[in-house]
Design a protein around this ligand. Structure first.
Ligand code: BDR
Ligand code: CA
Length: 316
């Protein structure tokens, strides 16, 4: 059965790969995109959401969400990773489509209530919209089928600090609300995404079929891939956000561990996701009695990369 998903996103180069992959995955039906600040400011992520939604084979509405983290404000984004336009400075034409009037969080709440136990939330950016949802409408928490998050890291070095991954670090308080809530969370973080490198050859092949989707991805990924080369010396980019979609369509390619997660909200380790495996007893009791979630720890990376390339190459 097709899974109903809402993609909460901060496009973002790898968000674009994930969203266009979802549109080409028959296992999922994208009910809408909800936008959040993150890689660039909210106005830009929202306009980019419209550009991507225009490329869907069916109608996908776009709802604007939160522009600031829950407990502090920021004007610092990741333009050095994703370009000023969030798509690698490619001057892509703006969409003529319009954002929906309703706020992203209100629409999520309404949609979950209308589809009890059927909607999966796929979070590709800071968890602010989801944090607001937990705060404003706790009654919908048990009605959500699953929350699949690209973010965090357990055993891997972080990407904004030695211990923190960007999406969690951008709003650690929202992340903590999400991890503390009693719904089914799957955290898919750097432990698996940094095991998969999308190479320039793959993105060139995705762009070679002449589709506008392929053209956007091939062009946008150049800046992103250059960033990876300059910052950590790899040839290609990590497959962060698209991994969530593959997890939904091909979960057998991932191995998960169960346990509780705390997002650290202050100090040197702010934004760290600390994981306590199920059944393990510690003297410190802070992790006891919390919701048990899944964390992806292993992935069949070659198969995932192959699938992503194959599906993104089928745009005509
Ligand atoms: C995450 O941070 C953002 O830059 C990417 O879009 C991805 O969601 C990776 O840490
Ligand atoms: Ca993202």
């Amino acid at each position: 059965m097709t899974q109903k998903i809402i993609i909460d996103t901060d496009p973002g180069v790898d968000d674009a790969f994930a969203i266009l992959l979802a549109f080409k995955s028959p296992e999922v039906n994208v009910l809408g995109l909800t936008t959040v600040f993150g890689n660039v400011a909210l106005d830009t992520t929202s306009l980019n959401g419209l550009i991507l939604a225009d490329m869907a084979p069916y109608k996908v509405p776009v709802f604007k969400g939160e522009s600031q983290p829950m407990e502090f404000s920021t004007d610092s984004y990741a333009e050095f990773v994703h370009g000023d336009d969030g798509f690698g400075n490619i001057n892509w034409p703006a969409s003529n489509s319009k954002l929906e009037d309703q706020h992203a969080v209100d629409w999520m709440i309404e949609t979950i209530k209308a589809n009890p136990n059927e909607v999966t939330l796929v979070a590709l950016g800071p968890l602010t919209n989801l944090g607001r949802l937990v705060e404003r409408a706790p009654e919908v928490i048990p009605l959500v089928k699953e929350v699949v998050i690209m973010g965090g890291t357990v055993h891997c070095t972080g990407n904004v600090s030695p211990v923190a991954e960007a999406n969690i670090h951008n709003d650690p308080h929202a992340a903590e609300l999400v991890f503390a809530a009693s719904w089914n969370v799957v955290m898919l973080g750097l432990d698996v995404t940094s095991q998969m490198i999308l190479t320039p050859e793959m993105t060139a092949r995705i762009g070679a079929n002449g589709s506008k989707q392929g053209e956007l991805l091939a062009k946008a990924s150049k800046f992103y891939i250059d960033f990876y080369y300059d910052s950590i010396g790899i040839r290609g980019c990590y497959l962060h956000d698209p991994s969530t979609i593959v997890y939904l369509t091909h979960p057998e390619l991932f191995k998960t561990e169960t346990g509780s997660i705390i997002s650290i909200t202050e100090g040197f380790a702010i934004g760290q996701t600390t994981f306590s495996p199920e059944g393990r007893k510690f003297k410190m009791l802070d992790w006891e009695g919390r919701s048990q979630h899944k964390v992806c720890m292993q992935v069949e990376g070659e198969k995932v990369l192959q699938l992503v390339e194959e599906r993104l190459s089928t745009y005509a």
